[in-house]
Ligand binder design. Structure first.
Ligand code: ADP
Ligand code: ZN
Length: 430
């Protein structure tokens, strides 16, 4: 059972729909000053697009294009047609702003509702949104989707764990949305307060907005006694609701009636082979206000080959392994923070949090990893601690081919940020 028939469209019908919507999107784009001149110079005409694969005739759009034409250079409608704007979190630099017409808000809410339905939320469920509101799309984006589905929606916002628990209990909440780093922090909080997560009525968590490994998902599920589903989105593509796991938890369906997704080699810009990892590039198909063509997300993933057992025909992408610009180069080795997380979280002694620090020693770049250790392993016996330190360092060396300094710290001692977790600190210029 799907929320909308479009989720089960035969592949060919889906491609036809994509072609129609791509043509319309290109025509709309021509109205913005940015695309008007860029597409005009290349003599791009909508009628030359006869299949979704023709998308390769279009140039890429980058985050710098958005920044360079900030704030209004990509708007395609008269100003009085816009009803909302959001801005990206600015994790990697100056934020960008996206503007929505009423139609855009409506179609976005529909996509988010579809995602929530896919993980088993239904009318009658009570849903608490434990992510930040404001400019961040994880607030209102999820909120409107939940209301569209008909859930009783509690706009709790992030933080204030004590109040969160009260709301969860008072309203018998059955589903939540929470970013993974806060979910782990919240689990610690429940433990400290002596609250058994099983005493709550919740059964479903939507987790996303930041990269996290399968190990972290498992920990969230175990610690909270809940099923956790991966939710992917980015402000430039509306926000959440771009790709979402279904109940099979086997990759995220990317809604192909609303987006055309490509995976490219970030160096050459060419498509990678089916199933290979590369940079996700996306085109909006249902946006009037600020459509984007071939937007380079810088997120790394792959298409999962084959069909999903749930019957949805939209292709699935794998968990995001990181951003193309997250890569650290230490002593000639390429390292992604998610590899470090994966290695750490496979060790039972390691608690929920860690911090990667880059620093210079002489001319050499070095890696230091602060690792929170569970209380039962944080003992006074120096020999035991040294052995554990060595064990962690060697596990990391196996994974990233560099031996980092490992510093063991007490559980819950690494400072938390309000929104997305800060996992890497670069101390090299200081
Ligand atoms: P910012 O790019 O400033 O963080 P956004 O709030 O728009 O702004 O965040 C979108 C980005 O968050 C994505 O491009 C991606 O890097 C990351 N992200 C979102 N959802 C997930 C997810 N489920 N898994 C991994 N990364 C995610
Ligand atoms: Zn599925």
């Amino acid at each position: 059972m799907h929320y909308e028939a479009a989720e089960g469209l035969a592949k060919e019908s889906l491609r036809k729909l994509q072609t129609e919507r791509l043509k319309r999107t290109i025509s709309t784009c021509m109205r913005s000053s940015f695309y008007g001149s860029r597409l005009g110079a290349l003599n791009i005409r909508p009628e030359d697009f006869t299949s979704p694969d023709d998308i390769r005739k279009l140039p890429f759009t980058t985050k710098d294009d958005l920044r360079g034409n900030y704030p209004y250079g990509l708007l395609c409608q008269p100003m009085d047609q816009y009803v909302r704007l959001h801005a990206s979190s600015g994790t990697t630099g100056t934020p960008t702003a996206i503007f929505y017409t009423q139609n855009d808000i409506d179609s976005w809410a529909g996509l988010v509702a579809r995602c929530m339905y896919a993980v088993g939320l239904r009318k009658g469920d009570v849903f608490q949104n434990m992510s930040g509101y404001g400019l961040f799309t994880g607030g209102l984006g999820i909120h409107y989707g939940a209301e569209r589905l008909g859930l009783l929606t509690v706009p709790a916002g992030a933080g204030n764990s004590k109040r969160q628990v009260k709301l969860l209990r008072d309203f018998n909440v059955s589903g939540i949305h929470i970013i993974p780093s806060y979910a782990l922090h919240f689990a610690n909080f429940l433990k400290q307060e002596g609250i058994d997560p099983k005493s709550l009525n919740w059964r479903i968590a939507l987790i996303g907005a930041e990269p996290h490994t399968e190990e972290i998902r498992q920990r969230i599920q175990d610690l909270l006694g809940i099923k956790a589903y991966n939710s992917y989105g980015l402000t430039e593509m509306n926000g959440p609701g771009v790709a979402f796991e279904c109940e099979k938890q086997a990759g995220m369906h990317l809604w192909e009636d609303a987006y055309i997704a490509e995976i490219i080699d970030p160096e050459t810009g060419e498509w990678v082979k089916e199933g290979e990892v590369g940079e996700l590039v996306m085109t909006t198909l249902c946006r009037d206000g600020m459509p984007l063509l071939r937007y380079r997300t810088r997120d790394l993933t792959r298409f999962i080959p084959g069909d999903c057992a749930c019957g949805r025909t939209h292709r699935r992408i794998d968990r995001i392994t990181g951003r193309a610009d997250d890569m650290l180069i230490i002593k000639g080795c390429n390292i992604y923070p998610m590899q470090i997380e994966q290695a750490l979280m496979s060790l039972p002694e390691v608690a929920q949090n860690y911090l990667i620090e880059l620093f210079k020693e002489g001319e050499m770049d070095q890696l230091r990893i602060k690792v929170e250790i569970k209380d039962e392993y944080f003992v006074e016996d120096m020999r035991a601690l040294t052995a554990l330190q060595k064990k962690i360092a060697s596990r990391l060396r196996d994974e990233v081919l560099v031996t980092p300094r490992v510093e063991l710290v007490q559980h819950d001692s690494i400072p938390k940020s309000e929104g997305k977790a800060v996992r890497v600190v670069d101390l090299r210029d200081k």
